[in-house]
Design a protein around this ligand. Sequence first.
Ligand code: URA
Length: 248
Amino acid sequence: MERLDKRLASTGRWSRKEVKELIRQGRVLVNGVPAARPEDKVGDGDRLLVDGQEVDCAPFVYVMMHKPAGILSATEDRRQKTVVDLLPEELQRRGLFPVGRLDKDTTGLLILTDDGAMAHELLSPKKHVDKVYLARVEGKIDASDVDALARGMELSDGLKCLPAGLEPLEDGSRCLVTLREGKYHQVKRMLAARGKPVLELKRLSMGGLVLDEALEPGQWRFLEAAETAKLRDRAAHLNFLGEMNKKT
Ligand code: URA
């Protein structure tokens, strides 16, 4: 059991002060009854509603962000702004961190969470979570580039890449790249090695989770229950595959 105000504030949606005000205004119901005091105790079996909407007090928070260019994918930096700086204070206090990194000039889908186990599952290179990027390149992508990525490239420093998907769009100056791993500057390095340097890069999806195009660069939203379930299922599925591989 924990204090009602603490539990509601832990969702990151309201500060403790705002929760107190919601309770005072009678907008918080506990099991259908207006909450009386912020210090009332609630447990996992209690149903909490704010303004008639059920509040998910799950222990972890998951956020989808449209990362803008010019911002670091890090939790903190002494000199430069990070993606965590774009979140409200309540979420920053929860210690959310980005699941994987995008380069400073890369835009698009970034998941932030405080669920370390889930992040680990999604990031582990062994788990093969597909990430799809939209790239604009200098020159035109052709069939030989598609072939080279499909075979799995070896870069000049000896880095061996897993086979990757490449789909030219329109006249070939833009393309979709699908990676199953996330090595440093990987898309840029693979395409540069093909003589098609990347001019712009945006991540569109990760493990079946697609960037919500209603989000402008710099905007974020909580994942919807179905999206969190998708991530959770994905993590559970990957875990299961991992266990099976260990046994075989
Ligand atoms: N590949 C890159 O080169 N940069 C990113 O930000 C992500 C993938």
